[in-house]
Write a new protein. Structure first.
Length: 408
């Protein structure tokens, strides 16, 4: 072989700097990516970060995605500036520093709790506030920190699946999780990325917000005129938090044409490995404050009506109905509430008999304990402002469970 010219040869580093591949052959028992369900013993988890999140970045995609929370969880008479859908140029909605500081404290408590019970905790890269502006040929946005990380990636068995966001500001959020993805990829994980959307205004299906959103209504694709040279029409888009894992069987909430296309992608990608079940319009998008499996045979649900909408095998499971919360924090006319009063359903299971839950909902804790679920209380004050509970803020990368058939 002809030797490389000296000036090129000198730039090639044969081995990565020490430490970069620390697990390759050196760690006798590295954790391998494995997560098939929502409840089996948790070994490793990523916990999101809310650092450097001074404002929400509102545009059409923001309003479409958060429509239900905007109209149902905010007093629009007191917040006339919030009336959706917002179609003008981007708007910044500031978040008070006190809330950000308290969020940071509460997340630190979550990390400490998980580590204290022997769970490996991975953290995202932190946003660099100087470089949060993102731009594609079709649009621009201000990036968010990797906080509600449940929304943009899911582990399905031995595969990391990055999902395409429905909000433009979240387009590059998973970049902040790359160190963890790479670590598990090096240890043998599969890693796939659902097609990335172009996301011009014409990409969006308004059928859910334009219609009644009812499960009795079919999806009638409704789009806006769009003169962008990049328009491609309605695209697959789905948040990972629309997916709930039950071993070999997986539920996916489908409410719009975006979700249906993404569902088709999942079925093809995992053919022969996992079985996907479509639940139709269980909510506008995320379902981890609607139905939460706690262990095989036990569900936590918003209300009994949810059960009829689930696949038949799940209708036979025992269930806890979410008790009405008391004492939810109140916020001012400038604050944007982005989660419903059901958000404390969003517990994180660390095993089939133990969950992390918000101590501010004692009635829920009593119900869980009555079903022999131990509760580790973790403070989380601003779940409604930041749109997520413990399940939303985490991604479980290693659990003990397998592709068991719980539906037979
Ligand atoms: N993975 C999440 N971010 N889940 C949050 C669920 C929020 C849901 N829209 C509610 O308000 O209850």
């Amino acid at each position: 072989m002809t030797p490389l010219p000296r000036h090129i040869a000198d730039t090639i580093v044969a081995d990565p700097p020490s430490g970069e591949h620390a697990d390759l052959g050196t760690n006798p028992n590295p954790l391998r990516l494995n997560s098939y369900d929502e409840w089996s013993a948790l070994r490793a988890v990523i916990v999101g970060s809310g650092r450097h999140h001074p404002a929400h970045d509102r545009d059409l995609s923001f309003d479409l995605f958060l429509y239900e929370n905007i109209v149902e969880d905010n007093d629009l008479a007191a917040k006339p500036w919030l009336r959706p859908p917002f179609t003008g140029p981007r708007q910044r909605i500031p978040i008070a520093q006190q809330y950000l500081d308290e969020l940071d404290e509460d997340i630190a408590g979550l990390v400490t709790t998980l580590e204290s019970v022997g769970i490996t905790v991975h953290r995202p890269l932190e946003l660099d506030p100087a470089t949060t502006e993102i731009r594609t040929p079709a649009w621009s946005a201000t990036m968010l920190p990797a906080l509600n990380i449940r929304d943009s990636v899911i582990v399905l068995g031995d595969e990391i699946v990055e999902t395409p966001p429905l909000m433009r500001a979240r387009y590059f959020e998973n970049q902040l999780l790359k160190p963890t993805f790479l670590e598990y990829f090096r240890r043998g994980a599969r890693w796939s990325v659902m097609p990335r959307p172009v996301m011009t205004d014409g990409s969006f299906d308004f059928s859910y917000v334009a219609g009644s959103g009812s499960p009795d209504e079919p999806i009638t694709v409704t789009t806006r005129p769009d003169d962008s040279p990049y328009r491609v029409g309605v695209e697959p888009m789905l948040d990972a938090a629309q997916i709930v894992r039950f071993g070999r069987d997986v539920l996916v909430n489908v409410s719009t044409a975006h979700h249906q296309l993404a569902f088709d992608w999942l079925e093809r990608q995992f053919a022969g490995r996992l079985r996907f079940h479509r639940v139709y319009r269980l909510s506008d998008d995320h379902i981890d404050s609607t139905v939460v499996p706690l262990r095989p045979g036990l569900l936590l649900v918003r209300g009994p009506e949810v059960l009829d909408r689930l696949p038949r095998p799940l209708q036979r499971w025992d269930h806890i109905c979410y008790p009405e919360p008391t004492g939810l924090p109140g916020y001012g006319p400038d604050d944007l509430v982005l989660a419903s009063r059901y958000i404390d359903m969003n517990v994180l299971s660390i095993g089939p008999d133990t969950v992390l839950a918000n101590p501010d909902h004692p009635a829920l804790i009593r119900q869980l304990e009555a079903k022999r679920i131990d509760v580790i209380p973790v403070r989380h004050r601003h779940r409604r402002l930041f749109g997520g509970g413990f399940h939303c803020f985490t991604v479980d990368v290693v659990r003990d469970g397998e592709a068991t058939d719980y539906f037979d």
